[in-house]
Design a protein around this ligand. Sequence first.
Ligand code: AHZ
Length: 300
Amino acid sequence: MSLTVEEPVSTTISLVSKKAEVAEDYNGSYRFAPIEEAQVTRTMMKRYFNTMYERAVSDVVVVGAGSAGLSCAYSLASRRPDLKITIIEANVAPGGGAWLGGQLMTAMVIRKPADNFLREIGVSYDDEGSFVVVKHAALFTSTLLSRVLAFPNVVLMNATAVEDLITCSDFEGKQRVAGVVTNWTLVALNHDAQSCMDPATITAPVVVTTTGHDGPMGAFSAKRLVSMGLNKELGNMRGLDMNRSEPAIVNGTREVVPGLVMAGMELAEHDGSNRMGPTFGGMIGSGIKAAHEAIRILDA
Ligand code: AHZ
């Protein structure tokens, strides 16, 4: 196939001819449409900073793009296309711990009734009776991620860390969470080595925090609530008990402080509930419940 395209518009230095032949020819004559280096940089920059500018005020910020955060974002975006949903993920790769089923094994176990969600997003599975198995956790995570990103009202800012919560007083003088403080993760990790590099902010009436259990960055908001005096102490995640932990996480998903909904394994650190190990139905259910909570708060 061969067609002619116009030269792109930006031209301080013109290195390319006015018209160029492009050809998808795999016999040695493959030709690309012309491009200038600055066009690539400006294209990315313009979109990135426009996004930062526009999302500085969001409706819902989801902190963490693991299985709970992504399930929440999907559920929220599919119910409420009118909301500006902004996901902040500290890692370059979104997905958290959901790229493998457990240890280094690929199959992902999901207990019923969370299999409903797999049908909704179009992930196939083997039915094992009381649970289902997705052949590779990456199939679940990549499908969910692609569905989430396809919603026009969802933005994902990865390699970006939430390094604080914004608070304000409500009309009764009570503290509420009113947004997040962000920085590029590489900056957030280097505050000790550099002089102050101030962060940016995103204000939002609802923040859903899903930063996972304790780790280098995990349980971020749960720990910050304690250091801010908005919670007395951490509950600390308990030992593995699949049957107790999954319902505890789903049913416990809630607005822990006005304006802040907590979901996924971060809640185990906040509440002192058990871990479940490699079964992911609880993360899906918790993400969906967090979406319901966010909508309840926004509609109140
Ligand atoms: O990078 C983190 C991960 O992708 C991200 N995150 C953490 N701190 C952050 C911060 N700013 C922005 N300050 C941050 N992002 O949050 C994501 C958490 O994903 P996860 O997979 O770790 O947590 P989850 O609660 O979605 O899923 C937990 C899965 C587990 S752990 C477990 C066990 O230990 O027993 N069992 C299951 C199913």
